[in-house]
Design a protein around this ligand. Structure first.
Ligand code: AKB
Length: 313
């Protein structure tokens, strides 16, 4: 049977780009996008859907004969800290609706993103392993950790084919990030081109795990397309791209825009960043289904500046 895909939260940072990639593979009409608001420009079939509305989610799945759901709707770390109740409700209720749809046989496969936010201040910060101390202290991290436990539970107990990645900060030129602690690493490129200066909301020396969007999209699709027996972890996989601090990304930008300057004005997001790993050990993802990142910091910078319309010499 041909695959029919539903992307929930398709207007967000990942959804915007993932829908284009999935449509290249599965065909425009076999990928239905959905979000709480209509897209600025519809490239194919779309539906209005609040991820917390189970009835409507099920109706859309049945209407289009959906076989796979990518459930991307979530409140990210910074936004969820400002509205903890909504952060928890939306992140958990949305996941339950997706897991239940799979448990009840409405769909065959579910993708749900987790995050490096599942780790906390007591986690070893460097080369954080797949299995380690996890005591997240943000609402977002707590919801992602609880979500991981439920994914594994639904897989073991009900045979649900759920797959997940612990995304680091994601950096891309096609879509804006939506309320995360790692968002500075996208804004910095836009500001470098616009005003040649950037005021960073994290302080110098704050090293975080990051990944260029093409790598993240490839990891997502490779995991979803991997044979089920290779997906041995059903909570969520560590994946690593590149780790850097604001000074290092500024230095990388300066190779193309020598006059670029950075200044620092840390806000509440500093405490969130300080509770997260600096780098990730993704041995399991590499060994189980062959994950390998392609972009390092300088390649990413070159590509970002090129696509955002700047110099790349
Ligand atoms: C955030 O900063 O909240 C996200 C994430 C790392 O999950 N980008």
């Amino acid at each position: 049977m041909a695959e029919k895909i539903l992307i929930i939260g398709a207007n967000g940072q990942i959804g915007t780009e993932l829908s284009t990639e999935l449509r290249k593979i599965f065909g425009t009409n076999n990928v239905v996008t959905s979000d709480i608001k209509a897209p600025a420009q519809a490239e194919g079939p779309y539906e209005l859907l609040d991820v917390m509305d189970k009835e409507n989610m099920y109706a859309i799945i049945k209407k289009h004969g959906i076989t796979q759901v990518y459930l991307l709707a979530a409140l990210l770390s910074a936004t969820a800290e400002k509205n903890p109740k909504l952060g928890w409700d939306l992140n958990m209720q949305g996941l339950f609706n997706g897991l239940d749809a799979a448990k009840e046989g409405l769909i065959k496969k579910l993708y749900w993103p987790s995050s490096i936010a599942v780790f906390g201040p007591t986690t070893p910060r460097v080369s954080t392993p797949q299995y380690t101390v996890m005591e997240p202290n943000t609402i977002y991290g707590i919801s992602k950790q609880a979500g991981e436990r439920f994914c594994e539970y639904y897989h073991q107990k009900y045979g649900v084919d759920v797959r997940s990645l612990r995304y680091p900060g994601l950096i891309g030129y096609k879509s804006a990030p939506g309320g995360g602690t790692t968002d500075y690493a996208v804004h910095i490129y836009h500001e470098a081109l616009k005003s040649k200066t950037y005021e960073c909301f994290l302080k110098a020396g704050t090293v975080l795990p990051m990944m260029y969007m093409p790598d993240a999209l490839r990891a997502t699709i490779e995991l979803m397309e991997a044979p089920a027996e290779k997906v041995k972890i059903r909570s969520s996989y560590n994946i690593a791209g590149v780790s850097f601090d604001p000074e290092e990304i500024a230095a990388s930008i300066r190779k193309h825009i020598p006059e670029f300057t950075i200044s620092y004005k840390p806000d509440f997001r500093q405490a969130i960043a300080d509770s997260w790993p600096a780098s990730i050990d993704d041995t399991e993802a590499r060994n189980h289904w062959g994950w390998k990142p392609e972009f390092d910091l300088d390649n990413m910078t070159k590509d970002m500046l090129h696509h955002l319309g700047g110099q790349t010499s």
